[in-house]
Design a protein around this ligand. Structure first.
Ligand code: SAH
Length: 459
């Protein structure tokens, strides 16, 4: 066979026409059938591109100049959009973002799950797809004796310094980060330095309840020494009226994980409250809580619609977090069982059941893939199972336990279409049929998409 060579060379400048988008939102253009992936290029555009990487079967390019901007191209409102690793698709109209996400899901349903016939509905978008995030976790660095906060530049741990504001973040969170940064600078608290593993302040995390406006500030440091604690608390509580909880978290590991194992309450409660629909939730620092409150309601409503619970049903909510979906299910079902790996989240979940006077739920701490087979061995036979795993999807043991339990219906909530499609294939082979997929835009301006899927036992 003749050795194939790429038709382009590294550092070469070419003119390229774009016809498609990758799952990441990069433009795809071809030179004699050889695809080049170019961030920020849109289908229908022709552009000058510098080739920056040449692999055997595909390459990467940098967008230099667009000759005929697509009607879907918009001006990104963020001043650091082209540098920051947070958002990827602010340059696309919102309609195009929603369509791209639907196509992304359709493509994995076809290529990975081999379920071409299953309807993938249009992505449910937001009316106002900005300032939706209720939580920020921002790294702290130092420059010219001042503390700086900013997201990391793409594919690096270099903090972006000149970000004016984060346009997908709740303004209250933005302001709280700024307040902590200024105060810590004034009090002479040093920033943590990854290279030397010295210094104090690693991250500032802020979470604000959308409905309640309650704010939790989490200060993450390398050791349990946080200098000038009292002044920090005094000033923050005096100048920042929304704050209800100030937490000190200690992370002494050389890791990308933001929070460490130890948390101390510096001031206020160890949790804040928020409400979704008619249910009130207490949320502590280490618990997962969906980041986009208006869309969370949409997502849960869809999950409940697909679950179609009756008052005789026994339901399992696997990967239940603080019991959000579980409590909505409990309002309709006979009995709900929730399982979750983070002990603090289960303690929140139990607390939340009490807070809302809900008694027909049982929450267990553990790995869902271990607890589900155990429940099965105990004779538990749920009518409906909901799963909402992290990005890596469900474990094989968990999928097996689910199909062995033979619930009439499974609702799969997923933040990663690829692992979702992989797992749906396993469920299909285990006697289940995927009926419909609903993408929901939980993360506007980014290339992430959430899905809810209705799966039924084959008759
Ligand atoms: N359904 C919840 C949480 C979804 S996020 C909500 O909507 O709020 C996924 C959750 O799975 C997180 O809370 C995470 O801590 C938990 N988790 C991760 N791995 C797990 C495992 N192996 N077993 C059980 N829970 C796990």
């Amino acid at each position: 066979m003749a050795k194939q060579t790429a038709p382009v060379k590294k550092n070469e400048t070419i003119t390229l026409s774009f016809e498609d988008l990758t799952h990441e939102g990069n433009g795809v253009g071809k030179v004699n059938g050889y695809p080049l992936f170019v961030p920020y290029a849109l289908p229908g555009e022709e552009a000058t591109v510098k080739v920056i990487k040449v692999n055997k079967n595909f390459g990467f390019g940098k967008l230099i100049d667009v000759k005929n901007p697509s009607p879907e191209r918009v001006e990104p409102p963020c001043n650091v959009f082209y540098k920051c690793g947070g958002c990827q698709i602010q340059h696309m109209s919102y309609d195009m973002q929603l369509e791209m996400k639907q196509n992304q899901v359709k493509s994995v349903m076809r290529k990975v799950a081999h379920l071409d016939h299953v309807p993938v509905h249009s992505t449910i978008g937001m009316e106002d797809p900005w300032r939706y995030r209720n939580k920020v976790q921002i790294p702290v660095g130092e420059k010219d004796g001042e503390l700086i906060t900013g997201f990391y530049q793409k594919r690096s741990h270099h903090i972006i310094e000149d970000q004016e504001t984060c346009v997908i973040q709740d303004e209250l969170n933005d302001r709280a980060v700024e307040a902590v940064r200024r105060l810590a600078t004034r009090l002479g608290i040093s920033a943590y330095d990854e290279k030397t593993d010295r210094g104090t302040l690693r991250h500032i995390m802020v979470r604000t309840g959308r409905e309640t406006k309650d704010t939790m500030i989490v200060i993450v440091t390398r050791t349990d020494k946080l200098p000038h604690k009292e002044e920090l608390v005094k000033e923050l509580t005096e100048t920042y009226p929304h704050v209800k909880s100030i937490i000190h978290n200690i992370n002494n590991k050389r890791t990308n994980v933001v929070l460490g194992n130890k948390t101390n309450v510096l001031w206020g409660d160890e949790y804040i409250y928020d409400t979704i629909g008619d249910i009130r939730f207490a949320i502590s620092a280490k618990s997962f809580y969906q980041v986009n409150p208006p869309q969370t309601k949409t997502l849960y409503d869809k999950a409940l619609e697909y679950a179609d619970i009756t008052s005789d049903d026994v339901v399992i909510d696997a990967y239940c977090g603080i019991g959000t979906i579980s409590l909505f299910l409990a309002e309709k079902a006979k009995q709900v069982y929730g399982v979750e790996i983070v002990p603090e989240a289960i303690s929140d979940a139990k607390n939340n059941a009490k807070l809302n006077g809900i008694t027909n739920v049982d929450f267990v701490v553990g790995e869902a893939e271990k607890v589900m087979p155990w429940w099965k061995a105990q004779g538990l036979r749920p009518d409906v199972i909901i799963v909402d795993p992290p990005r890596k999807g469900c474990d094989e043991e968990l999928l097996k336990a689910m199909t062995d339990m033979q619930p009439k219906r499974i609702v799969y909530v997923s933040c990663n279409p690829s692992t979702l499609a992989r797992d749906l294939r396993v469920l299909e082979d285990g006697g289940y049929e995927t009926k419909e997929v609903q993408p929901v835009d939980m993360f506007p301006q980014t290339n992430h998409v959430e899905c809810v899927v209705r799966v039924e036992l084959k008759s």
